[in-house]
Design a protein around this ligand. Sequence first.
Ligand code: NAD
Length: 277
Amino acid sequence: MKTQNKSQSKSKVPKEGVYPEIIRKNYLGSKKLLNKKAVISGGDSGIGQAVAVHFAREGADVAIIYNESDKDAKETKKLVEKEGRKCTLIKGDVTKKAFRTRCVEKIKKDWRTLDILVNNAGIQFPKNNIENISEDQIQKTFDTNIISMIALTRDFLSLMQKGARIICTTSVTAYRGSDHLIDYSATKGAIATFIRSLAVNIAERGILVNGVAPGPIWTPLVKETFDELSTFGKDNPLKRAGQPSEVAPAYVFLASEDSSFITGEIIHINGGDFVGG
Ligand code: NAD
């Protein structure tokens, strides 16, 4: 996870153990998403990048929405193309209505319909005290993490048909809270509720809505967000943070026919933290 004022590439993180594994070398694709079309917000980096590469290995073409790092986006495109699939890059800010409209228009023009929408873009700004959380921070965190997610989903629904999937990234913090990510964890709780509400609302259309709630995952800018990394991920039963390669297969499951009788659910990938829901 990252703050949003860094424009440099996140590919190089100079600390041992922080290098993300995007996909396991032995991950065998089995055409679970053959010829599907997927949009992934925040697909240039971290969890979203891993989802893009896994979807491609399973046979899907992807379009990734990202806001800053052309270098990371190009790297993702390269990785997707290495899997023999197409990767469209859409650069812009999901909090802007005009940009969201442009995303939907581009996908409509290129693909006509959309099979899978992964709502994954997110930001966080850790603060130890609520007094240190500015109005601007609250607004930006909610705008990015949940308000634009609801709006983007509403807009993309016009391209989605029976069998389509919506997958949203929430967080373990939605369930157990976080004393240093108060506003962020509130957005993640809102995402969990959005998943459940939308799932029921559009069930009759045959469109399934589910989520993934990662615990601590080594993504390139975890280092930039948190000052102290030596304890990152050490407080769960497995006593370590996870890799993007350990999260992305859940998105494949939720995007594929294997999850055809599941909607309104959230998969917890957090090293064994017991959380309700
Ligand atoms: P990341 O910073 O590597 O990727 C997030 C991406 O979101 C960015 O690269 C950017 O492209 C995109 N983004 C952010 N703001 C945007 C905006 N306004 N417009 C367009 N794109 C925007 O972070 P990550 O760790 O891979 O996080 C991905 C998701 O996983 C987030 O929703 C995050 O809350 C969630 N998550 C991460 C962790 C973790 O430990 N890394 C844990 C739980 C949940």
